[in-house]
Design a binder for this molecule. Structure first.
Ligand code: CMC
Length: 384
């Protein structure tokens, strides 16, 4: 059969089961999400991000001492090669942090003697470095661009606390650290989302984990995926200037535009992650700002459900939570990456453990066969 074949192309691979996995399950009909079989409603607010990383990698929750040792191992890796930090000072300040992040993650391979070693043990060691260093890279980009120092991690704390400490330059309150931890827990894995799929496709060629994660970060950046959280805050800011939330949403829908942070390929009911983030957004929003963005978000949610019958996804309330934590809007999608590296790395390891090249086919819709014309005989302006 040629690639012209039968008419079997599934646009956007919608509904296609591309592989087996034991890492996570999205039940879009019932609005449930499971990490290694545990429902997110049970995990959220009860486990730390490090516990989730351990769970996704090892298919079991760690015991107390094991968790402390694992967290210690991660936090000790939260330092960066000095050359990478120097590079942050030299890159143009208008480059999007996601572009810098993906280049920096690719660069990490240059400093890792194990970069090309695809054995299970070396891949797991590299995964530890990636989980640990991605938050530091993001904090480093932000701090160095402002000519500020990058604080060292506090070895007695975990990733969420240290990310905020390094990014903001001072220790977060326990509540803010707990909020960041919740954000990280909720974004850690989500089935065969586009960035995870990219990571697995890259790993399936037996490229190394740095390459797989670089392509995942590039994929996450798009506004139909993780880039949506940044667009949500831009929308809220724009509405803030012009005033009326309902008019703004009506205007977008009348023009056939998408409302960022709404809709989902798999969930046909409420995204459970959005429910947890909505609750936390209402708790963490700063009263001195009158929780304006949170209240606007609730109005947008009501209006969009009423007009289009669609629900917010993870990116919608993640925007207001991050705003309350003091993260600048250009960095929102990078925070998604701080978390999703847990899922990407778990999937890369799963792919490599039982690899089969991911290589689907396309349905050819062009003309064929065509008669070849030598260059000297081709008409100007192209052949018909
Ligand atoms: N705003 C307005 N209408 C929407 C939206 C939206 N955000 N999302 C879906 N629809 C409508 C769409 O117009 C279509 O309506 P109709 O049948 O009347 O033409 C219907 O819902 C089905 O949409 P679709 O395009 O077939 O859905 P999809 O599975 O291709 O798209 C999506 C999924 C996430 C790309 C889409 O919902 C979207 O563009 N959302 C906005 C961007 C966003 O929030 N992305 C984050 C996704 S979830 C977390 C993550 O990955 O980061």
């Amino acid at each position: 059969m040629t690639d012209k074949g039968e008419k079997t192309a599934v646009r956007g691979l919608e509904g296609v089961i591309a592989s087996e996995t034991r890492i996570g399950m999205v039940d879009g009909v019932n609005g449930k999400l499971y990490y290694a079989g545990y429902e997110i409603d049970e995990l959220a607010e009860q486990v730390s991000f490090e516990e989730v990383v351990f769970l996704l990698w090892h298919d079991r929750l760690p015991a107390e001492k094991e968790l402390l040792a694992f967290r210690d191992q991660l936090v000790r890796e939260m330092t960066l090669p000095p050359a990478l930090q120097d590079w942050f000072r030299r890159i143009p300040a208008d480059l999007h942090p996601m572009v810098v992040l993906r280049s920096a993650v690719s660069d990490l391979a240059l400093f890792d003697p194990e970069a090309a070693d695809n054995s299970a043990a070396a891949t797991q060691r590299k995964a530890i470095r990636l989980v640990a260093k991605i938050p530091t890279i993001i904090a480093g980009i932000h701090r160095m661009r402002q000519g500020l120092d990058l604080p060292a991690p506090d070895l007695s704390q975990g990733i969420a606390f240290n990310f905020l400490r390094m990014f903001l330059g001072s220790d977060p309150s326990p509540y803010d650290a707990e909020t960041m931890d919740l954000v990280l827990v909720l974004h850690a894995d989500h089935g065969f989302n586009a960035s995870t799929f990219s990571a697995r496709v890259t790993a399936s060629t037996l490229a190394d984990i740095y390459g797989a994660v670089t392509s995942a970060i590039a994929t996450l950046q798009g506004p139909l995926h993780g880039g949506a959280n940044q667009r949500v805050m831009e929308m809220l800011t724009e509405i803030g200037d012009s005033g009326d939330v309902a008019d703004y949403i009506d205007g977008l829908l009348a023009q056939g535009k998408r409302i960022m942070g709404f809709g989902h390929r798999v969930y046909k009911v409420q995204d459970p992650r959005a429910r947890h983030l909505r609750k936390r957004a209402g708790q963490v929003c700063r009263e001195d700002e009158g929780c304006t963005y949170f209240k606007m978000s609730e109005t947008i949610e009501e209006k969009t459900l009423q007009e289009k019958g669609i629900y917010p996804n993870v990116d919608f309330y993640s925007a207001t939570v991050q705003h309350a934590l003091g993260i600048p809007v250009a960095y929102y999608t990078t925070v998604f990456a701080v978390s999703r590296i847990a899922g990407w790395s778990a999937h890369v390891m799963e792919q490599l453990a039982d690899n089969r090249l991911i290589r689907p086919r396309a349905q050819f819709t062009g003309k064929y066969p065509r008669k070849f014309t030598p260059r000297s005989q081709r008409p100007e302006g192209g052949e018909k």
